[in-house]
Design a binder for this molecule. Structure first.
Ligand SMILES: Cc1ncc(COP(=O)(O)O)c(C=O)c1O
Length: 378
């Protein structure tokens, strides 16, 4: 079966949106940006949205707006894209790695053990769109007086007991880079219910200006992290198609869950019942080579030979990146050891990316059949 897919998707609505901006000759900081901020905040169930250039800058701006900096520690998972930790480093603070648990997201017990008098924030990653045990992390943050900053860069539409990702902590950051389920090629947004925090974020995004004040009036150390009107217009059009895509990916993920149940050694990333809606940026499972009968590299080679679109994902825990050698004066990252993350990276993790989850139920069945056949032949 052919697993070719097109991504990103667009039609005449995106073309019309781009032409609308072009012809209006207002290409930055205008009504498209405001309309998208309002629409996306509403989609996540947040009071406010502040659009910016990327998920990376959104995380950096959140940390700056919370005045987190040198001497401060922020607890992050090592099973994530580099930006979760580099945002912390770039504001001068120190990322401290806690392990993930069976959810592939931050383990509250590991986070608790990592809290020190210098800890200012916990930054959970909603990995693949799953929200881990966000309630326990929120409770931990509250009882220790810490900020909870949600790296929701995979979690457009995910919700915990009906509350949207990004609205449980003090704010949440989303990415609209091209691989993402909602995309303008590049882009990001912060959402929050905290109006004062979002005012500071908006100011940092817009060169430190004060809302409503004259253009040459700067009250904060800001930067230029404004999204373009083209990006904001494209995102409004993409947002209209997101709910149907979200439902289709979830339906296909349910087929994979059902079809893979009982395959020896295959454990899909679990769906916690409190997670009332789940965005699937990735469908993931762990492969126990002893029970499956072959190691992951052999399995993936056989998948590739059959044309099945499966991959190993992050090949190493973030703390093993050479980058961290440059910050040993802040923390000795050579001492980091997160066994769950290492098991997923080195031996067990398998990913199916989101565009594959927009293919037909027959494609999902072909993946299930292929995995079963490979296992039977092991
Ligand atoms: C978990 C996570 N956080 C942050 C980011 C950064 O987003 P961006 O690529 O828009 O800067 C990404 C992007 O891949 C991500 O996967």
């Amino acid at each position: 079966m052919d697993f070719q897919f097109s991504w990103p998707l667009y039609d005449h609505t995106e073309e019309a949106a781009l032409l609308r901006v072009l012809n209006r000759r207002k290409w930055f900081n205008g009504e498209e940006t405001k309309a998208f901020e309002t629409a996306y905040a509403q989609f996540q169930g947040a009071d406010f949205g502040a659009a910016c250039t990327s998920g990376t800058t959104a995380l950096e701006i959140a940390l700056e707006a919370l005045a987190i900096g040198p001497g401060d520690e922020v607890i992050v998972p090592p099973y994530t894209f580099v930006a979760t930790a580099t945002a912390v480093l770039r504001v001068g603070a120190t990322p401290i790695f806690a392990d993930v648990d069976a959810t592939w997201c931050l383990d509250p017990a590991s986070v608790e053990a990592a809290i020190t008098p210098r800890t200012r924030a916990i930054m959970p990653v909603h990995f693949g769109g799953a929200m881990g045990n966000i309630e326990a992390l929120d409770a931990l943050a509250r009882s220790n007086g810490l900020a909870l900053i949600e790296d929701a860069c995979h979690a457009w539409g995910s919700a915990w007991k009906g509350k949207g990702a990004g609205t449980i902590g003090c704010c949440g950051a989303f990415s609209f880079q091209e691989s993402k389920n909602l995309t303008a090629g590049e882009g990001g947004i912060l959402v929050s219910n905290d109006g004062a925090l979002m005012e500071r974020c908006q100011s940092i995004i817009n060169c430190g200006r004060e809302a409503g004040a004259p253009w040459y009036h700067h009250i904060n150390l800001g930067t230029n992290a404004r999204i373009t009107e083209f990006g904001a217009a494209l995102l409004q059009a993409q947002l209209v198609r997101l709910p149907a895509q979200l439902a289709q990916r979830a339906a296909n993920a349910a087929l994979l869950d059902a079809g893979l149940a009982g395959v020896p050694g295959v454990t899909p990333q679990p769906n916690i019942p409190e997670m009332t809606r789940r965005s699937y940026h990735l469908y993931c499972f762990r492969l126990d080579s002893t029970k499956f009968g072959m190691d992951r590299a052999t399995f993936l080679a056989q998948c590739e030979a059959r044309g099945l679109p499966l991959m190993a994902g992050y090949p190493l825990p973030l703390y093993q990146q050479p980058l961290f050698q440059k910050f040993l004066d802040r923390f000795d990252y050579r001492t980091c050891a997160c066994p769950e993350t290492e098991a997923i990276c080195f031996r067990e993790g398998v990913w199916i990316t989101q565009p594959v989850l927009l293919l037909s139920p027959e494609h999902m069945q072909a993946i299930i059949d292929g995995i079963k056949e490979i296992q039977a032949g092991a």
